[in-house]
Ligand binder design. Structure first.
Ligand code: FAD
Length: 532
């Protein structure tokens, strides 16, 4: 061998190619539930543990919950890299809209709003120079003007910044479910239509089999409970203890309704403070989906509907969704692992549900116990899932606690009584050493199986600056007012040239201008960098 070949041979990096998921003695998994959680789990297990046989059991008589339409950035690399879902097919069939973040009508009285964009930067400088984070970075300015980071250049061609600006999807739940079911079928994952009514257990309480009303008897090594709020296996059968989050999160009902979008597709989810909770507005391509999330202790349905109609328009039909916030103490109990609403739910303010489901799926695949006696892996998995959920619970609770927009009895009680656990220490830290993102403080545990792209130190900074929770004067930043103003000028100039989502969708630019190709086929993008 010549010297260069010796060098190449010596620095062989193939040891890095170890599979990310451990081998396991578990050979078969039955997933109970064909909602978003169940389908995503089936696709992920097939990809990450191809030797395990997976089946989904769902009942065509028990509908999916049908809400769950605003997502966080994790979903993009998870769908298209981890699960290898073709983005072109996905965009054609699911028709998602694109989300740059959340626009909060929240925090301070009057017409005050702030943006929680996935691209957080320069908030400290912005707050110091302008007492607001509205113009802190280009994405926030885009959100103010409802524009998207694709600009028209002088020669008329389009330039897309999507490879470097994180976004997520707004997805019509019906479209997503239809698409995922089709993908399962294409990948030959068996779906059994049957309503599980009896669960047989051995003398130690382990699930032996599931019996359906239609006469199937189904047995697996591991059961993944994705049966939604029913929590058929983890909750009803194993009676795993449930920890309600009701001392942090007071809401328990939502009324959902649709309104026309008048040819304007927002680039964000709106979160709007209401008398007894808040309303989401999620843009679809041809209409907007709304949901007023409220507390039944403070408002009845009629009052909530009247308030929503007075504020948003006279919608005719609406649905009522009941929910409870909280989680089971263990995600894995005996030979059952639960995820999605079957494990728990954090009220929908920060769209955490699909995100936490994805987190649990990746944690399960990465920490898959070797067998049911692998107590160390089981404890690690339970710890990982619980810690993530609790940190999200406190993070969402902090939004409520700091919201000074309204003074109704509901909001006064929330401010006085809501428990926000570890977020208290993070708020304190923020006021000692802002911004948290400068030192990566407040990110939760640095050692997790799945690194969070959202709800990290930038997220806390955004919520704390955004809600004006700064209690001490800030020190002068290195960026002068002139430098800051010059940046804002550039943000505004770029925004002038940026397109609206309505223009992008009606002209089909994502396909015709090869924007999707550039985004998903290039490897130098945030999507590749953030794959878990
Ligand atoms: C008001 C509200 C708003 C929300 N908004 C968002 C949001 O914006 N973003 C977000 O990420 N999430 C949101 N969520 C959460 C989100 O809807 C769910 O977490 C997500 O859809 C996953 O649901 P799931 O798959 O766990 O359960 P489900 O969709 O309820 O599916 C349950 C499945 O289990 C099956 N099943 C149940 N029992 C049996 C049985 N005995 N036998 C056979 N099959 C059975 C059913 O047939 C169904 O297929 C929201 C939730 C609520 C309540």
């Amino acid at each position: 061998m010549r010297l260069p070949e010796h060098i190449e041979n010596a620095f062989d990096l193939s040891y890095l190619d170890f599979p990310k998921c451990p081998t396991t003695e578990i050979k078969s998994i039955g997933i109970l539930g064909g909602g978003t959680a169940g389908y995503l789990t089936a696709l992920a297990i097939q990809k990450m543990h191809p030797s395990i046989k997976v089946q989904v059991i769902e009942s065509s008589k028990i509908p999916v919950i049908g809400v769950g339409e605003s997502t966080t950035t994790e979903i993009v690399p998870f769908l298209h890299r981890t699960l290898q879902i073709d983005p072109f097919e996905f965009f054609k069939e699911v028709e998602p809209t694109l989300k740059l973040g959340i626009r909060f009508d929240w925090g301070c009285p009057g017409d005050y709003k702030f943006n929680f964009s996935f691209f957080a930067s320069h908030q400290y400088e912005s707050y110091y120079h302008e007492n607001s984070i509205e113009n802190s970075n280009w994405v926030s300015v885009l959100m103010n003007k409802n524009k998207f980071p694709i600009i028209r250049q002088d020669d008329g061609s389009l330039l897309s910044f999507l490879p470097s600006i994180p976004f997520s999807y707004h997805i019509d739940n019906k479209n997503l479910i239809r698409f995922l079911r089709k993908t399962l079928k294409q990948r030959r994952i068996e779906i059994i239509d049957g309503e599980v009514d009896q669960v047989t257990q051995d003398e130690n309480g382990f699930v032996k089999s599931l019996k359906t009303v239609e006469g199937h008897e189904l047995a697996y090594d591991l059961y993944v409970d994705c049966s939604g709020f029913r929590s058929k296996l983890l909750g009803q059968t194993l009676k795993t203890e449930f920890q309600p989050f009701s001392d942090t999160l007071f809401t328990d009902k939502a009324i959902t309704f649709d309104l026309p979008n008048n040819d304007s597709v927002d680039v964000y989810t709106s979160v709007i403070t209401m008398n007894n909770g808040w309303t989401w507005k999620i843009p679809m391509r041809s209409e907007d989906h709304y949901g007023y999330v409220y507390s039944s202790k403070y408002s009845d349905e009629e009052t909530a509907v009247a308030e929503a109609r007075a504020k948003f328009g006279n919608f005719k039909e609406y649905k009522v969704v009941n929910f409870r916030s909280g989680r089971h103490t263990q995600a894995w109990n005996k030979n059952v692992f639960a995820l999605g609403n079957a494990y728990g739910f954090i009220e929908p303010l920060e769209s955490t549900a699909i995100q936490t489901a994805v987190h649990s799926i990746i944690a399960l695949c990465r920490l898959m116990p070797n067998s049911h006696s692998d107590h160390t892996s089981i404890a690690a998995l339970n710890g990982e899932v619980a810690a993530t959920w609790d940190s999200f619970r406190w993070f969402v609770g902090m939004h409520y606690k700091l919201n000074k927009k309204l003074d109704t009895p509901f909001w006064k009680d929330v401010r006085d009584k809501a428990e926000i656990g570890s977020a208290n220490a993070i708020i304190d830290l923020f006021n000692q050493r802002p911004p948290l993102s400068a030192g990566n403080l407040g990110t939760g545990s640095p050692y997790t199986a799945v690194n969070g792209l959202v709800f990290n130190s930038y997220s806390y900074d955004t919520l704390l600056f955004g809600q004006k929770a700064v209690t001490k004067p800030l020190k002068k930043p290195a960026m002068t007012k002139e430098e800051y103003d010059s940046k804002v000028k550039s943000y505004l100039a770029l925004t002038e040239r940026s397109l609206t989502l309505h223009e992008i969708f009606t002209n089909d630019y994502l396909f015709s201008e090869e924007i999707l190709e550039q985004l998903f086929l290039d490897t130098d993008t945030w999507i590749v960098e953030t794959e878990a």
